[in-house]
Design a protein around this ligand. Structure first.
Ligand SMILES: C[S@@+](CC[C@H](N)C(=O)[O-])C[C@H]1O[C@@H](n2cnc3c(N)ncnc32)[C@H](O)[C@@H]1O
Length: 272
């Protein structure tokens, strides 16, 4: 029996530059860099196709042969993004007229044509509007469409992309890492990320849960590192993260600390 796209239409809020933090994380990831077929899906791109076009522009610097397929469950938003693409093709925007970007209707089943599999599926600010009980099924459905070494990145951010968090996983749909990425200039305390946690964690940010302990430890060390503030917020962030490591937190991806990022293994924050 023919089935429609899996999922539901939700608010389409999006914006220029909103997803820059996760774009640049994906751009460095081996799942893209080493992909045999660098097909990247932007699932649930929203009221405009701008994040898919930006994703292409950023990833093409790392993989010039990347292709981005924007999928939306709302047919009106597919029509709108295709009209935008016509403008791009006509040279009427700042995006490359030959950008390898296309738009189609689809849901968590991730309809990828010609039997291809996605190197990366990025679903941002999509699950936020679902129930927590729907998360595992959505992850499994999206992860099933990945190439063997492919990557699913599912996360949330604020309206202007200064606060972003995401979970990464492979074909087994078992989360591997949580990344928190923050604009450090003017940052009061890192636990501002609490209100933008992925759906799988946001309701678990309460005493006794690991993610609560993690954000609390980040706040404590950020506060303690205030003494090095005169050397700039990046220095302060590095100092705070070094202290986290010294305190036994299994912080990963040290080379990305300067970007205001911190990545930890999922087990360090997983709900109990
Ligand atoms: C808040 S917008 C996010 C737009 C963009 N990803 C961003 O972060 O700026 C969420 C979009 O996801 C779409 N959506 C929700 N569930 C979906 C699904 N199962 N498959 C495809 N799109 C979906 C909604 O229709 C909506 O347009």
């Amino acid at each position: 029996m023919a089935r429609g796209p899996v999922g539901q239409i939700t608010r389409g809020t999006t914006g220029t530059n909103r997803l820059r933090r996760v774009d640049r994380w994906i751009a460095r990831h081996p799942a893209l860099r080493r992909a045999a077929d660098p097909l990247v899906v932007d699932l649930g791109y929203g009221a405009s196709g701008v994040t898919a076009l930006e994703l292409y522009a950023r990833l093409a610097r790392a993989r010039p042969d990347v292709e981005v397929l924007g999928l939306e469950i709302d047919p009106a938003r597919v029509a709108r993004a295709r009209a935008q693409l016509d403008l791009v093709r006509a040279g009427g925007t700042t995006f490359a007229p030959d950008a390898a970007v296309s738009f189609a209707r689809g849901g968590f089943e991730v309809p990828v044509p010609d039997g291809r599999r996605a190197a990366v599926v990025r679903a941002f600010n999509v699950l936020r509007q679902y129930d927590e009980a729907e998360v595992a099924g959505a992850w499994a459905s999206m992860a099933a469409r990945l190439a063997p070494e492919g990557l699913l990145v599912e996360g949330t951010c604020d309206e202007i992309g200064r606060i972003a968090t995401w979970v990464a996983m492979g074909t087994d749909a078992a989360p591997r890492t949580l990344t928190v990425s923050l604009r450090l200039a003017g940052l009061q305390h890192p636990s501002v990320a609490a209100e933008r946690l992925p759906k799988a964690l946001i309701h678990h940010n309460v005493p006794g849960e690991r993610v609560h302990a993690f954000l609390g430890a980040l706040d404590t060390e950020w506060e303690r590192a205030a003494s090095v503030s005169p050397f700039g917020p990046v220095h302060r962030w590095r100092t705070a993260l070094s202290a986290l490591v010294a305190g036994g937190w299994p912080v990963l991806e040290r080379s990305r600390w300067r970007l205001g990022e911190v990545t930890v293994p999922w087990e360090a924050v997983a709900p109990r």
